[in-house]
Design a protein around this ligand. Structure first.
Ligand SMILES: *[C@@H]1O[C@H](CO)[C@@H](O)[C@H](O)[C@H]1NC(C)=O
Length: 481
């Protein structure tokens, strides 16, 4: 009704908003006067019913299930250790979408007892707790919290990329797969864990729960490519101790910097293993400190080193480094947590570009014989920065990507569906795919994905009718008075 009383406002405002929805390149800012009119229009339409096409123009985020879920996730601060609110939000969201939801407490002795931390595990209400395919990502972020900011093309805010983009896209992908009857309800489960950005305690807690999956899709920023794997990590501190003296009388002192330089030179020139899949092992001397003044022989020096391991194991790389430092005088190397071996991912689904990544994930923290896929929207290069962001188009691509991955997994291999048992109070025995005799083969219910063998991006754009369906649902509250 208010809209009706000011038709001029609508006419004036819709034009710039069309610009908004067309997602023109960066740099287009609406004049303040128009922007404030848009805001009052947005306020007005919360109280009236408008056709969905207008709504879509006026409020592209609010009228998109994907963008609005993503926005809601970003708006809830969830720096590691502070994940209760976002877990509760996801619980109510997923319950409203007809999922069964379990909040799984994760013990957190290192945080105050008032902090409650939960992994969120969910599966369709008519499905199975032991679904064979799991889509998972993490709900914690690095600090500091950065508020949600809507741009023309991109969404900004902490977690917008890492990894709330994956969380939102996985949920919407599962909703769409179910709504389109592309999968049966007992095919999929969702898991969103705490603590990925620090110790991986959320994912490691799942190892105590007697659960297993045939395939797990991990959501992290991979630029919409299917990861072939990610490098392992080793970190060490190299310390050198000397004895201070006047720089004019170096024979009276011991120069800690010289010792450290000798050590770092060796490390910098070390031959480290490489692999075809993950490339070179790289070594970074990230921090060096030593000495107090130019005219004082330094008594102490140290350096922080990180090694991204492309081949062999953490232990083997550690052995190589220690052998190199064995003969260097006056230094001591201390190895730090966390460390992990390189991770090889499955990438046997056609139609995706591939990528080798160099950052850590929760993949090594989840035990089991499941296939491991790593895929998600956004780039790690912005993930932890102070302008973390994600392109809206990447969010939509990721929904398609997750759907194609699920279909690809189902088509590639007969995944065992465990007969549903939702009434059981204790977890039913874990059933390995190979041992299931009367498994229902669900691949029969899945259409073959139309995936040309050429570029992944093209494949996504031609991915059939069902994939093209991007529905906007009006979620405006309607004032009936
Ligand atoms: C790996 O190292 C070799 C030798 O130093 C170099 O020629 C090559 O470009 C490196 N590969 C990558 C992917 O950086």
């Amino acid at each position: 009704m208010r809209l009706h009383s000011s038709p001029g406002l609508l006419a004036l405002s819709v034009a710039p908003l069309v610009v908004h929805s067309l997602q023109l390149p960066f740099g287009i800012t609406l004049p303040a006067a128009i922007d404030s009119r848009l805001n009052s229009l947005r306020t007005a339409v919360t109280q009236i019913q408008v056709p969905s096409f207008i709504n879509k123009i006026i409020d592209p985020t609010g009228s998109s299930p994907l963008l609005s879920l993503h926005r809601d996730l970003i708006s809830i601060p969830s720096v590691t250790g502070d994940e209760e609110a976002i877990a509760k939000f996801l619980e109510s969201y997923l319950l409203a979408k007809n999922f069964r939801v379990e909040l799984i407490p994760v013990a957190s002795p290192e945080y105050p007892p008032t902090k409650k931390r939960y992994n969120v595990f969910a599966y369709p209400a008519g499905g199975s707790r032991h679904a064979p395919i799991l889509l998972t990502s993490h709900i914690d972020t690095v600090p500091p919290f950065l508020p949600f900011k809507d741009g023309l093309r991109a969404v900004h805010g902490r977690g917008s990329c890492d990894a709330k983009a994956s969380v939102a896209a996985q949920i919407i992908a599962v909703e769409e797969l179910l709504a389109g009857n592309a999968v049966t309800e007992d095919t999929l489960a969702l898991l969103f864990v705490v603590g990925e950005e620090t110790t991986g305690d959320g994912m490691r807690h799942m190892n105590t729960m007697d659960m297993s999956w045939d395939a797990v899709i991990f959501g992290e920023p991979t630029e919409l490519k299917l990861a072939v794997g990610h490098k392992g990590l080793a970190m060490l501190t190299v310390e050198a101790k000397g004895r201070a003296s006047h720089s004019g009388y170096p024979n009276l002192g011991v120069n800690a910097n010289s010792h450290l330089i000798n050590a770092l030179y060796k490390l910098d020139h070390l031959k480290l293993p490489s692999s075809k899949l993950l490339g070179n092992t790289t070594l970074n001397v990230g921090v060096m400190t030593g000495g107090v003044a130019a005219n004082v022989i330094p008594a102490f020096a140290s350096a922080e080193v990180a090694i991204r391991i492309a081949a062999k194991t953490f232990q083997e790389v550690k052995d190589i480094v220690e052998a190199a430092l064995k003969d260097v005088e006056g230094i001591e190397a201390t190895w730090k947590q966390p460390y992990y071996d390189p991770v090889i991912c499955d990438h046997d689904i056609e139609g995706f570009d591939t990528i080798a990544t160099s950052y850590g994930t929760d993949i090594p923290n989840l035990n089991g014989k499941h296939k491991k896929y790593l895929y998600g929207p956004g780039s790690i290069l912005v993930a932890h920065g102070d302008n973390e962001k994600i392109d809206k188009s990447d969010l939509y691509e990721a929904v398609k990507g997750y759907k194609r991955l699920v279909k690809g997994i189902l088509n590639a291999k007969a995944v065992a569906i465990v007969p549903q048992d939702n009434t059981a109070t204790s977890a039913p025995p874990v059933v390995e795919a190979e041992t299931v005799v009367e498994a229902v083969v669900v691949s029969a219910t899945v259409e073959a994905p139309e995936v040309p063998a050429n570029s992944g991006r093209e494949a996504k754009n031609k991915d059939g009718k069902e994939e093209e369906k991007v529905e906007y649902v009006t979620i405006l509250p309607v004032d009936t008075v």
